[in-house]
Design a protein around this ligand. Structure first.
Ligand SMILES: [Fe+2]
Ligand SMILES: [Fe+2]
Length: 361
């Protein structure tokens, strides 16, 4: 039977193992081309942060009143444990745990074990760089500027059916947010520590769900990926930049439409489009959380660097400039190509030309 102090030690080790898996999974997200792979890595990252957090809290309970986790020799390993290694370690602990004395440990380890379904995508190693330009999912039509309204003045955001298509394309293109969240989860981990990793794991998973929401709706309407634009100019705008700006982008550009989401959900309700409506409602709830993450962690990062935490508006200003700079690189060929792509997708969705007339540009 395992003693209290011995259990705390083992749970400390589990915390670091799960944390290593979470960071490895997050680091691989921008390197994985296929959307489903990214989403699976995001889910693993999130689940492992939940497990690691539960282990950590249990260690604090067992060691009360000490709320400091011991350092663990291999804490910074960039080779995470294999899934089967974790399964064996958890099973071993469960077999030795007295369910009456240590029910709370039994519960968290059992939950962590339940998340280790066989056949899951599992990160083999931690990447050591954030790619400036992530590989693209080549099933889709690649356009950095993924809808004309970003680069073609006067091109409508759309109403009715066109709005639902635009909104689903926006959701799909949150791939930039998934890549960004994955990249900064591990890139900022050394500066921000565990609580950041925990929040960022959830943030990454949420953005992956938003991306898949768009994918699911477009598929439900029979719109082919090959005709659907996919790009990531906001991610690309941060090439070579301090991850601070990626955090700014995610905290700001990804949440700035939050006010419109409720309104869009209503429009979709009136159209009788329950799927779009429900997606939008859940997205809205996630974004309220993300706006809070953005504010909190941007300030925390500035403070951790010895800068004024109230200097965050300058960070966002720089983010605006970076995006404006990226948008300014759009060529006439880019504009022609994305207008043709969007017009064709809208036509396939049943939007007639005169329902969505682009202004001349
Ligand atoms: Fe999102
Ligand atoms: Fe978000």
């Amino acid at each position: 039977m395992r003693a209290r102090v011995d259990t705390a030690q083992e749970l400390t080790r589990f915390h670091y193992l799960a944390r290593a898996v979470a960071l490895a999974a997050a680091s691989q997200i921008p390197h994985a081309p296929v959307l489903e792979e990214k989403a699976e890595l995001a889910r693993v990252a999130w689940e492992q942060t939940l497990a690691a957090d539960a282990f950590r809290e249990r260690v604090f309970e067992l060691r009360y009143p000490v709320r400091v986790l011991e350092e663990w020799a291999s804490a910074d390993t960039d080779t995470p444990p294999r899934q089967d290694e974790l399964v064996s370690a958890y099973r071993e602990l469960l077999a030795a745990t007295d369910k009456l004395d240590d029910g709370p440990t039994e519960r968290v380890v059992r939950q962590a074990l339940a998340d280790l379904e066989p056949g899951r995508m599992w990160p083999a190693r931690r990447e050591d760089a954030v790619p400036d330009i992530p590989p693209v999912d080549d099933r889709y039509a690649h356009h950095s500027f993924y809808w004309p309204d970003t680069v073609v003045p006067g091109y409508p955001y759309g109403e009715g059916i066109a709005l639902r298509v635009r909104s689903a394309v926006s959701h799909l293109n949150e791939v930039w947010a998934v890549n960004t969240a994955g990249a900064i989860t591990w890139a900022l981990a050394p500066e921000l520590g565990w609580e950041w990793i925990r929040d960022a794991g959830r943030w990454t998973y949420d953005e992956a769900r938003h991306m898949l929401m768009g994918k699911r709706r477009l598929e439900a309407w029979g719109l082919p990926p090959a005709k659907t634009p996919l790009g990531g100019y906001i991610y690309e705008a941060c090439a070579g930049q301090d991850p601070l700006y990626r955090l700014g982008m995610l905290g700001y550009f990804e949440t700035k439409n939050i006010g419109r989401k409720k309104e869009r959900a209503r429009v979709f309700h009136e159209l009788g489009d329950t799927l779009s409506e429900t997606d939008m409602e859940f997205d809205w709830a996630d974004e309220t959380l993300h706006a809070e993450y953005g504010r909190r962690w941007l300030k925390a990062l500035l403070a951790a660097r010895g800068e004024d935490p109230e200097g965050w508006p300058q960070v966002l200003e720089r983010c605006e400039q970076l995006v404006a700079g990226a948008v300014a690189t759009a060529t006439e060929a880019d504009r022609v190509a994305i207008v043709a792509c969007a017009d064709e997708l809208l036509a396939l969705a049943g939007v007639s030309k005169d329902e969505n007339i682009p202004a001349p540009y």
